[in-house]
Design a protein around this ligand. Structure first.
Ligand SMILES: [Zn+2]
Length: 272
């Protein structure tokens, strides 16, 4: 008889055979026959049955779980490795959602092993998707970090910047983490001013996107130029420029990203 998991954070042996798992190794997903799902019945025979998985849906007894899984634990098994960023671009229904959640939840699970109050190892909560301290009962839920991303407009021009680090050839929107106590509008004014010395007004919310590197909620806005000339620090921002709508740079954010969508919506607005 198959045991039904009581917790949204079961160990592998507690999963029903019909459950499916998404295996995550860092920022990569390990694929089974080029698919993101592995059958629980198979993995229960192959891996440590005490490995902790986490439900991708918040409800108990869900059908899909994420499992933190270093590739070297798949000894003798056929698999392939795919960067999650690549999978997020998939047009297959549900893949962005499921891979994004699997990445965030596995990162949360392996980075919260001990209680922040008393140092005891955390255990799975029996009924909620949370970890709990057996000593002081402190609970830790998956955490989301809100960020703003903004496309600043000046007539037919938009402000784009090259950021230091990954993808530094790409010109993208300005973005930043919200600080404690800020509203998104305040973060936008602060970030744009800090990064480019530009002042903005007329801030309009456009759309949002979960971004699992490791757990951002991107809040996307349009805003208008209110004053100032571009000045960058050359450290976090390598270069920032106003681009006319008809002469945008070749390296832009991908269309599936909220940055790409903010730019596409600006271009559409010019055609109306
Ligand atoms: Zn504790």
């Amino acid at each position: 008889m198959t045991l039904v998991p009581r917790s949204p954070i079961p160990v592998l042996r507690e999963l029903p055979d019909h459950a499916q798992l998404v295996l995550v190794d860092g920022a990569d997903v390990l694929l089974h026959n080029e698919q993101i799902y592995w059958p629980a019945a198979f993995l229960k025979q192959q891996l440590d049955p005490g490995s902790m998985a986490v439900s991708i849906e918040a409800a108990c007894d869900a059908a899909v779980y994420a499992l933190p899984c270093p590739a070297d634990s798949l000894v003798g098994m056929r698999f392939s490795r795919c960067p999650a960023r690549q999978l997020l671009q998939s047009s297959l229904p549900g893949v962005f959602d499921q891979v994004g959640k699997a990445l965030q939840l596995t990162h949360w699970l392996i980075s919260h092993r001990y209680c922040g109050f008393c140092g005891q190892p955390l255990l799975a909560h029996p009924a909620e998707r949370a970890l709990q301290c057996p000593q002081c009962q402190h609970r830790v839920f998956p955490r989301i970090s809100p960020c703003v991303i903004v496309l600043v407009r000046r007539d037919r021009h938009i402000l784009l910047a090259r950021h230091a680090g990954r993808g530094s050839a790409t010109f993208s929107c300005l973005a930043g983490f919200m600080e404690v106590g800020e509203t998104p509008e305040q973060t936008i004014c602060r970030e744009v001013k800090e990064e480019t010395a530009i002042e903005v007004n007329n801030i309009r919310y456009v759309r949002s996107q979960s971004w699992p590197f490791p757990s951002q909620l991107m809040l996307g806005f349009h805003a208008d130029h209110a004053g100032g000339e571009i000045r960058v620090d050359g450290d976090e921002i390598l270069e920032a420029r106003w681009f006319e709508a008809d002469s945008l740079p070749a390296a832009l954010p991908p269309p599936f990203s909220v940055a790409g969508q903010l730019i596409a919506l600006f271009l559409q607005s010019l055609k109306v």
